[in-house]
Ligand binder design. Structure first.
Ligand SMILES: Nc1nc2c(ncn2[C@@H]2O[C@H](COP(=O)(O)OP(=O)(O)OP(=O)(O)O)[C@@H](O)[C@H]2O)c(=O)[nH]1
Ligand SMILES: Nc1ncnc2c1ncn2[C@@H]1O[C@H](COP(=O)(O)OP(=O)(O)OP(=O)(O)O)[C@@H](O)[C@H]1O
Length: 271
């Protein structure tokens, strides 16, 4: 083993993890403000323990003087999302950043691992400004859903570190639980789509209501008083019966009335 000062060696990795955590947490807050929905649920990070670096360098045959390039996850960030679709969005945001360079992407969601493990990984190069100047460090970003994280956390503590020594029946049961997490993610995505569709339909309906009432009001300005009164009656009737189709027909009719009234007056103002 080389006699390096591990404390000093790990300093830029610690700085990288702290900075990246702040940046992704800020990204979450910003997206929440701008779009009212943040694809990031929460962010964690860690610097690999010295014992784990030594164990991995032995397992991967990486000489200790080459761990900086041979072990990509000494600095590690994990981003948890609610839905699978959010993972693609977060990856896209990361690709667009100017303060880091994406070197490798590993899509263990499309191609999940033999164990059942699913996550999206990005290996990045991140420049850290140290007292001695700039140092580029490698870091691993794991992006996953809450269900993927739940599974990976339990599986990690049970099997990942035991590797071959885990009993076969336990391995098989863990694989089954990975399938359950996969089904859970799909179900949640389906529910989410339904909620989004319901929200859109609700917005469309409320637009029809406001546009119809607005146009009925405008009919008075063109002295179409009887037509306006008749349209308002039809509106009240449709509203009582929750008849959105009837409201759509009414909107078409009042639009036609208003267009006819405006004809000749200002052709550009046709609805
Ligand atoms: N819980 C769990 N985590 C995994 C599994 N496979 C990969 N990971 C996580 O993903 C990281 C990177 O995995 P890989 O992309 O396979 O990286 P690698 O450097 O080729 O090899 P290893 O880290 O030794 O697996 C690991 O350090 C773990 O944190 C798995 O089967 N179960
Ligand atoms: N990119 C990451 N971001 C945040 N936490 C991580 C990341 N990678 C691993 N961890 C967590 O750090 C802890 C220590 O893991 P450790 O680095 O020893 O192993 P590992 O990365 O899972 O496996 P390996 O040694 O094969 O790379 C575990 O709780 C693990 O879940």
């Amino acid at each position: 083993m080389d006699g390096r000062d591990w404390g000093t060696f790990l300093l830029p990795y610690e700085q990288a993890v702290e900075e990246l955590k702040v940046k992704f947490k800020t990204m979450r807050a910003e997206l929440k403000k701008r779009e009212e929905y943040a694809p990031i649920e929460f962010v964690t990070g860690r610097v690999k323990k010295i014992s784990s670096i030594l164990e991995k360098s032995r397992r991967l045959n990486v000489p200790l003087d080459q761990v900086e390039t041979g072990i990509e996850d000494i600095a590690g960030i994990r981003i948890m999302c609610q839905f699978v679709d959010d993972i693609r969005r977060v990856a896209e945001y990361i690709r667009g950043r100017k303060d880091l360079t994406v070197l490798i992407e590993k899509d263990y969601i499309t191609n999940f691992k033999e164990s059942g493990y699913r996550s999206f990984h990005m290996i990045i190069e991140y420049p850290v400004q140290t007292a001695l100047g700039q140092k580029n460090v490698l870091a691993e970003i794991q992006i996953r859903t809450l269900a993927m994280n739940f599974w990976a956390t339990i599986e990690h503590s049970l099997s990942y570190k035991f590797r071959e020594s885990l009993p076969d029946d336990m391995r098989a049961r863990l694989k089954k639980t990975a399938e359950a997490a996969f089904v859970l993610d799909n179900e949640m995505s389906a529910i989410r789509l339904q909620i989004l569709e319901a929200q859109k339909a609700f917005e469309d309906d409320s637009n029809i209501v406001s546009r119809t009432l607005n146009i009925i009001h405008q009919l008075y300005f063109y002295h179409l008083v009887n037509e306006a009164i008749e349209a308002q009656k039809r509106f009240n009737d449709c509203w009582e019966r929750h008849d959105m189709e009837g409201l759509k027909d009414l909107l078409d009719d009042v639009k036609a009335l208003l267009n006819a009234a405006r004809k000749g007056e200002n052709p550009d103002e046709q609805l």
